[in-house]
Design a protein around this ligand. Structure first.
Ligand code: OGA
Ligand code: NI
Length: 365
């Protein structure tokens, strides 16, 4: 039986500890949002005031063709300013995108006990983790989101350990995405004056993770967030979102994309994927490419799914601004660090905008 959600402890036990998630709470019949999910006014999202990002998606089939330079320029400009862009003709079959979204809905509709076996402390494998919010133990207000996260090591381990309901489509998504990721990195690195070797790109995308996010309907969607303000910690993120919308990005500096401090929505575009720059690319580029702050609102009438692939270097990799860039810039904004240390810091704090990057900043005030 569902407990009283007015009591913080019993809510925590039901949603987080027992693995019922926000989904379980909503399914038990909720008419108002519990206190634990109410965001302070400054974090609430005023959807009527946000502008939609109007740039058309970038056509990746033109890379390597006569319009290569123009397309490369579009990618670079987006990475330098907004830190987000959308792509089409990305190599991931469009019917696979549809299956992924359906599969995510089916998975989160499973009984709680099917999902809860993958909770952090009981999961039969370190590769798979099911949870809710981001770091519920540390958050002042919880995020209205459940997720499952699958780390990729190799095909055999994925086939053995990933949940069978979602394994095959997730693996196919990863398989068909990676050549696009490599091409994008090639373009971004070349623009920095680096001739990227395959081995360098191998290092940058050594670790890969496929997540499925589930944002249940919310009775007071103005008071909650699906995901709070954060940047992604890795190299590049590939995100499949469904048609519901609600992903917002903050503009860091005035540019053709908008005014500094403004939040713009990345609107759903059928068959497109969203790409965003992660903290590692911001560091490597000595701040030229922006790992943008972003967040997700909740919706009242329909549950939303999104399926990101996170790429990042190996845990032991040493990360620092690229020497070619530092030489040209005459200064370095970030110190060298080991990826595992960065990650530990990232995952031990609640989402707080771009604060994660302070870990690497030189002279951070
Ligand atoms: C994330 C994220 C956005 C979305 O998982 O890091 O920002 O639209 N997701 O779900
Ligand atoms: Ni994100």
């Amino acid at each position: 039986m569902a407990p009283s959600f007015d009591d913080g402890n019993s809510l925590f036990n039901f949603v987080v500890r027992d693995g019922n998630g926000v989904k379980g709470m909503v399914d038990s019949g909720l008419s108002t949002v519990p206190q634990a999910y109410m965001q302070p006014p400054i974090e609430r999202i005023d959807k009527d005031r946000a502008r939609k990002h109007g740039h058309p998606p970038i056509d990746l089939s033109k890379l390597g063709g006569p319009e290569h330079d123009e397309v490369a320029k579009q990618i670079v400009r987006a990475a330098e300013n907004l830190g987000f862009f959308q792509v089409v003709n990305h190599g991931v079959p469009v019917d696979l995108l549809e299956s992924l979204k359906d599969t995510a809905h089916d998975f989160f509709s499973l009984p709680a006990e099917k999902k809860a076996v993958y909770r952090d402390d009981v999961s039969p494998t370190p590769l798979v983790n099911y949870g809710t919010s981001f770091v519920p133990q540390k958050e002042k207000a919880l995020e209205w989101k459940d997720y499952i996260s699958m780390q990729y090591t190799n095909d055999a381990e994925a086939l053995q350990h990933w949940p069978e309901e979602i394994r095959d489509v997730s693996l196919e998504y990863l398989r068909t995405s990676m050549s696009m990721v490599r091409k994008l990195l090639q373009v971004l690195l070349e623009n920095l004056g680096v001739k990227p070797e395959d081995s360098m790109i191998d290092v940058l995308v050594d670790k890969k993770m496929v997540n499925m996010n589930y944002y249940p309907t919310c009775p007071n969607s103005d008071l909650t967030v699906g995901v709070g303000r954060h940047s992604d910690m890795g190299t590049l993120t590939i995100l499949l979102q469904d048609g519901i919308g609600g992903l917002y990005v903050k503009i860091e500096d005035d540019s053709e994309f908008g005014k500094k401090g403004e939040w713009v929505e990345i609107p759903p575009v059928p068959s497109a994927l969203v790409i965003n720059v992660g903290d590692m690319v911001q560091v490597l580029s000595n701040g030229k490419y922006k790992s943008a702050e972003h967040r997700v609102r909740t919706t009242r009438t329909k549950s939303r799914v999104s399926i990101p692939i996170f790429t990042m270097p190996n845990a032991t990799a040493k990360i620092a601004p690229l020497p070619e860039v530092v030489e040209k810039d005459g200064n370095t904004l970030y110190k060298e660090f080991v990826l595992a240390d960065y990650m530990k810091n990232f995952f031990s704090n609640a989402h707080d905008g771009k604060k994660s990057l302070d870990f690497a900043k030189i002279n951070s005030a």
